[in-house]
Design a binder for this molecule. Structure first.
Ligand code: G6P
Ligand code: ZN
Length: 543
C-alpha cells in the first residue's frame, strides 16, 4: 500500500484551545476535517522520520474512527512506529507515561476531557510533546498556522486495523503496536506507591467506591483496585467505557458524580469515595460524610507524600494555580520548600517539573499530579490517598480533620456565572482592573483590603511573561477573592469568582462553608457589581 497525497482545502476554525482542538462531533465529521488537523500536527513534528508516536483516547464517540484515520496518515508521514492503546484507549496520564517511557517524539490524544460525548457531544484532538506534556503555545500556534495553509494530506489507504488484539502489524513501512493501555501505567504506579500496604488495607476490610463515570479510567481502576489490591467486586462503578459515557457528564464533582456523593454522605458510606473524569486526569475525593475540596486534597497530599515510596525523599517544591486555595502554601512553609503560584492551566507546571523545581502540583479544578508524568493524574491521586490511609491507619475523615487542626482551614467556594454576555464580562473585568490601584487600605464591609492586583506570571525557568491571569484581592482578615474568565467555555463567557477565608481557631474548623464565607461573598459581589453588570442575582453553579 503506497502513500498517496490527497488535495484538501483548509478549515479556518482549527485553532487549538487550552487542551487541543475541541469541537462538537458533527464538526469533526465534516469531510477531511480530521485528516487536515492530524496532518497539520504531524507537519509540526519536523524530526519525525524513524521515530515513535503514541496514540489513544478516552473512548468517546468517534474515537475508533479517528484512531484508524490517524494511523493511516502517520504511516504516510515517516514514523517508524505507533504505539496505540488496545481498543484505541489511553487515559491522558497513561498517554503521558507511555510517551516518556518509550522515548516517543510525542503523542496524539483523542479526548474532550470532562465534556459529554456521543453523536451530539464533544470530541477533541490534542498533541503532547516528547516530555509527555501538552504542546506549548508556540507549537499549538504553529499547528494552527499550518491548518490554514494546508493543500494536501498524505495517507496510506487500506483496510482498518484490528485495534483489539495486542501485537504488531504494519501499515506501509510503519509498525503499529497495539499495547495494553494499563501495563506501563501500572508499572509506574508500582514504583511510586506502596502497593503492599494498600493490599493489606483492603485485606483488612477497607471498602471504597470508585466512579469511573463510564469513561476511560474503568479498565485502569478494575486492574489496579480490584485486580491488584483485591478490593471487593463492585468497588469500581460505571467501569466500562462507553462512547456516550452512559449519557452522563463525566466530570467528577458533587453535581455530576451525584450518586457517589450521596452514598458517601449516607450511613452506608464505605471508607473512601473517589471519581475521575472522561480522560482520567481529574479526580474527586470524598471521605465518609466529608467532601474534600481539591485545594485541601492537594495540601493534604503535599503534607503526606513522603509516606509513598516515590516521594520518600521529600518534595523539591510544590505549585498551585493562582485561584487554588493557599492551603498548599501553609504546608510548603512548614516543610521549608518553595511554593510556586502559576496561572490556571496545567501547561504552566511543565517548566517547573522539567527543571526539577517542583515535585507536586495541583489546581482547584480537580487536578492533582506530580513529576511522574506531565499531565494531571486522577487515579494517581486516589492511589496516593490510599497509600496515606494504609500507612497512617487513619480514617480519611480524620486525615482531613487532623490536617485542619494542624494547619488551619482555608474555607473555599467557587461561584460560576455561566454563559453571560461576553461584552458584559469584559466590562466587569475592566471595571475591576480600573479600581485595583485605589483598593489597598480601603474597608469593604467588614474586611480591609491588604493588596489587589491583576495576576502576572513570570515563568522562573524561561522568564516568559503571562499577563492578566485573574484579578485578586486579598484582605487583612486572611480572606481572598479572585475573579477570572474561564478559558474553556464554549458559549458566551463564564465568570468564575473564587472565595476563601482562613480560620485556625479550634472551634471554627467545622462551620458551614457558606456561613463562614457569606461576608466575603457579599464583598465579592459588590466590588465587581456582578448583579448589575451580568443581570444575574445568583451564580449558575456553586461548588
Ligand atoms: C482545563 C485545564 C486545567 C484548568 C481548567 C480551567 O481543565 O486542563 O488545567 O485548570 O481547564 O478551566 P477554566 O474553565 O476555569 O479556564
Ligand atoms: Zn480531563
Amino acid at each position: 500500500m503506497p502513500a498517496t497525497s490527497v488535495p484538501t482545502t483548509p478549515y479556518d476554525d482549527q485553532k487549538p484551545g487550552t487542551s487541543g482542538l475541541r469541537k462538537k462531533v458533527p464538526v469533526f465529521q465534516q469531510a477531511r476535517y480530521v485528516e487536515n488537523f492530524v496532518q497539520a500536527i504531524i507537519d509540526c513534528i519536523p524530526d519525525r522520520a524513524g521515530t515513535t508516536l503514541v496514540l489513544g483516547g478516552d473512548g468517546r464517540f468517534l474515537n475508533r474512527e479517528v484512531v484508524q484515520t490517524t494511523l493511516k496518515i502517520a504511516a504516510a508521514n515517516g514514523f517508524a512506529r505507533v504505539l496505540v492503546g488496545r481498543g484505541g484507549l489511553l487515559s491522558t496520564p497513561a498517554a503521558s507515561c507511555v510517551i516518556r517511557k518509550h522515548g516517543a517524539i510525542g503523542g496524539i490524544i483523542l479526548s474532550a476531557s470532562h465534556n459529554p460525548g456521543g453523536p451530539e457531544g464533544d470530541f477533541g484532538i490534542k498533541f503532547n510533546t516528547a516530555n509527555g506534556g501538552p504542546a506549548p503555545e508556540t507549537v499549538t500556534a504553529a499547528i494552527y498556522a499550518r491548518t490554514k495553509a494546508l493543500t494536501e494530506y498524505r495517507i496510506v489507504e487500506g483496510p482498518d486495523l484490528d485495534l483489539d488484539t495486542i501485537g504488531e502489524t504494519r501499515i506501509g513501512d510503519m509498525t503499529v503496536a497495539v499495547i495494553d493501555p494499563v501495563a506501563d501505567y501500572l508499572a509506574l504506579m508500582r514504583e511510586l506507591i506502596d502497593f503492599d500496604a494498600i493490599t493489606r488495607l483492603f485485606g483488612g476490610g477497607f471498602r471504597m467506591r470508585f466512579d469511573a463515570m463510564s469513561a476511560v479510567t474503568g479498565p485502569y481502576a478494575h486492574a489496579i483496585l480490584e485486580g491488584v489490591f483485591g478490593a471487593e467486586a463492585g468497588t469500581v462503578l460505571n467501569g466500562t467505557p462507553r462512547e456516550d459515557f452512559g449519557g452522563h457528564h463525566p466530570d467528577p464533582n458533587p453535581v455530576h458524580a451525584h450518586d457517589l456523593y450521596e452514598l458517601m454522605l449516607s450511613e452506608a458510606a464505605p471508607n473512601l469515595g473517589a471519581a475521575s473524569d472522561g480522560d482520567g486526569d481529574r479526580n474527586m475525593i470524598v471521605a465518609p460524610g466529608l467532601f474534600v475540596t481539591p485545594s485541601d486534597s492537594l495540601a493534604i497530599l503535599a503534607a503526606h507524600a513522603h509516606l509513598a515510596p516515590g516521594y520518600a525523599k521529600g518534595l523539591a517544591g510544590v505549585a498551585r494555580s493562582m485561584p487554588t486555595s493557599r492551603a498548599l502554601d501553609r504546608v510548603a512553609a512548614s516543610l521549608g520548600i518553595p511554593a510556586y503560584e502559576t496561572p490556571t492551566g496545567w501547561k504552566f507546571f511543565g517548566n517547573l517539573l522539567d527543571a526539577g523545581l517542583i515535585t507536586l502540583c495541583g489546581e482547584e479544578s480537580a487536578g492533582t499530579g506530580s513529576n511522574h508524568v506531565r499531565e494531571k493524574d486522577g487515579l494517581w491521586a486516589v492511589l496516593i490517598w490510599l497509600n496515606i490511609l494504609a500507612v497512617t491507619g487513619k480514617p480519611a475523615q480524620d486525615v482531613v480533620r487532623d490536617h485542619w487542626a494542624r494547619f488551619g482551614r482555608d474555607y473555599y467556594t467557587r461561584h460560576d456565572y455561566e454563559e453571560i454576555d461576553a461584552e458584559a464580562a469584559k466590562r466587569l473585568m475592566d471595571g475591576l482592573r480600573a479600581k485595583l490601584a485605589g483598593l489597598p487600605g480601603t474597608k469593604l464591609g467588614d474586611l480591609t483590603v491588604a493588596a489587589a492586583d491583576d495576576f502576572r506570571y513570570v515563568d522562573p525557568v524561561d522568564v516568559s511573561v503571562t499577563e492578566q491571569q485573574g484579578v485578586r484581592v486579598t484582605f487583612a482578615e486572611d480572606a481572598r477573592v479572585v475573579y477570572r474568565l474561564s478559558g474553556t467555555g464554549t458559549a458566551g463567557a463564564t465568570l468564575r469568582v473564587y472565595i476563601e477565608r482562613y480560620e485556625s481557631a479550634p472551634d471554627r474548623l467545622e462551620l458551614p462553608v457558606a456561613e463562614v464565607l457569606a461576608p466575603v461573598v457579599k464583598v465579592a459581589n459588590d466590588l465587581a457589581d456582578i448583579a448589575a453588570l451580568t443581570g444575574r442575582s445568583e451564580p449558575s453553579v456553586i461548588t
